[in-house]
Design a protein around this ligand. Structure first.
Ligand code: SAM
Ligand code: SF4
Length: 343
C-alpha cells in the first residue's frame, strides 16, 4: 500500500487565503523575552513562556524551510528581542541558504538595538542587508521612562555600528501622546539626516500593560496633519512587505512611513503570517484565531502534517483585525502581548 504524500506530487505549493490574498511574508518571533520593558508593549512583571515550550533552533529552522517552500519570500525575525536568543547568529547564518538559492528575497530582523554593536558585523557578514531598529526617543530620560531601561546610548551606538557594517537601518517609532508627540519632528529629522527611513506606529491594544493606553494613543492621521503644517509631504507608491504607507518629506529629503492599524485599516492588502516562539501560527496580529504548528513539528517525521496545518490556517485567515481606538478603562482587544506574537 502506498502512503499518500502531501502536498501531492506535482501539486502547486504557495499560499493564498480565502479572500484571494497571496501570503508571502512571515514574521517569526525568536523569543518572548526581552532586555527592555517598553511600557506600551509589556508590563513590568511579565510572565514569560516556560523554556520547554519554546521551539528549538532546529525546529525553527525546519519551520522556516517549510514556509519558504510554501512561498514565503520575506522573512523577518522578531520577538521579544531576537538578539537575546542564544545561538541567534548561527540560526541566521543557516537561514541565509534560502537567500543564496534565491527562494527568499529578504531576510530581516527587528531589534531594540541594545545588543546591536555585538551582532552588527556578523549579521552583515552572513548576508543581512536591512534591519529595523525601534527607537521612541532621543532624550535619555524619556527613553528610559518608555523602555524602563537607561539604554539610549547603547542603542545609538548599535545603530552606528550597524551602519558602519553596511546594514541599511530603518527606525520604528511608536507615537505616544504623552511621551514623544512633541519630539516626533526631531526624531524624523535625526533619522533622515543619518540616511535612515523612519516609520511611525500607532499603539495597538495588545496585552495588559501597567498603564491605560488611552493616555498614550495618538492618531497618526492627526500627526500627519500637524507635520504637514510645516513640511511638504508627498505620497509615495513605495510598498514594503509590511503595512507602512510612505511619504517623502521635501524639507529633509527622507522617507517617512505610517503604520496606522487604528486610524486607517490596511488589512485588504495583508500578506503576512506570524509564528510565535512556541510554534503558534497567528493569521492576524489583531485576531485570536491560531493554529498550532508545534505538535505537527514535534510528532510528525515528515512535513505533511505541517503543510495541512498551514492550509487550515489559510482558510481561517480573517478579513480584517478587530482593533478599535482604545476606550478608557477597557480591557485590551487581545490578551496576548506584541512581544509574544512578534511585531
Ligand atoms: N524587541 C524588538 C523591538 O522592539 O524592535 C522586536 C519586537 S517589538 C514587539 C516589534 C515592534 O513592535 C517594535 O517596533 C515595538 O515598538 C512595536 N510594538 C510593541 N508593542 C506594541 C503595541 N502595543 N502597539 C504598537 N506597536 C508595538
Ligand atoms: Fe522589548 Fe521590543 Fe517590546 Fe520594547 S517593544 S519591550 S524592546 S519586545
Amino acid at each position: 500500500m502506498s502512503v499518500a504524500t502531501y502536498p501531492a506530487e506535482g501539486a502547486q505549493l504557495g499560499m493564498v487565503d480565502s479572500f484571494g490574498r497571496v501570503v508571502d511574508t512571515l514574521r517569526l518571533s525568536m523569543t518572548d523575552r526581552c532586555n527592555l520593558r517598553c511600557t506600551y508593549c509589556m508590563s513590568q512583571d511579565m510572565e514569560f513562556m516556560p523554556r520547554r515550550d519554546l521551539l528549538s533552533l532546529e525546529e525553527l529552522d525546519r519551520l522556516c524551510a517549510v514556509f519558504v517552500a510554501r512561498g514565503v519570500r520575506h522573512l523577518r525575525l522578531t520577538g521579544g528581542e531576537p538578539l537575546v536568543r542564544r545561538g541567534i547568529m548561527a540560526f541566521v547564518n543557516g537561514l541565509t541558504r534560502h537567500l543564496q538559492c534565491g527562494d527568499l528575497k529578504e531576510l530581516t530582523l527587528t531589534t531594540n538595538g541594545v545588543r546591536l554593536r555585538e551582532f552588527a558585523k556578523g549579521l552583515a557578514a552572513v548576508g543581512i542587508r536591512r534591519i529595523n531598529v525601534s527607537l521612541d526617543s532621543l532624550d535619555r530620560q524619556v527613553f528610559a521612562r518608555i523602555a524602563r531601561g537607561d539604554r539610549l546610548y547603547q542603542v545609538l551606538d548599535g545603530i552606528s555600528a550597524a551602519q558602519a557594517a553596511g546594514l541599511k537601518v530603518k527606525i520604528n517609532t511608536v507615537a505616544l501622546k504623552r511621551d514623544n508627540a512633541d519630539e516626533l519632528p526631531t526624531l524624523i529629522r535625526w533619522a533622515h539626516a543619518g540616511g535612515m527611513d523612519i516609520t511611525l506606529i500607532e499603539t495597538m491594544p495588545l496585552g495588559l500593560v501597567d498603564e491605560d493606553r488611552t493616555d498614550q494613543f495618538l492618531s497618526l492621521a492627526a500627526v500627519r496633519r500637524r507635520l504637514a503644517q510645516s513640511w511638504t509631504l508627498t505620497d509615495l507608491p513605495d510598498r514594503s512587505s509590511g503595512p507602512a504607507r510612505y511619504v517623502r518629506v521635501a524639507e529633509t529629503g527622507g522617507r517617512l512611513g505610517f503604520i496606522t492599524p487604528l486610524s486607517h485599516n490596511f488589512c485588504d492588502s495583508c500578506r503576512r503570517l506570524r509564528v510565535t516562539c512556541t510554534g503558534t501560527l497567528y493569521m492576524c496580529l489583531g485576531q485570536d484565531s491560531s493554529v498550532d504548528l508545534r505538535e505537527p513539528l514535534r510528532h510528525s517525521p515528515n512535513d505533511a502534517a505541517l503543510h495541512r496545518a498551514i492550509d487550515h490556517a489559510l482558510v481561517l485567515k480573517p478579513k480584517a483585525h478587530s482593533f478599535a481606538t482604545p476606550v478608557r478603562g477597557a480591557a485590551p482587544a487581545l490578551s496576548r502581548h506584541m512581544s509574544m506574537t512578534g511585531g
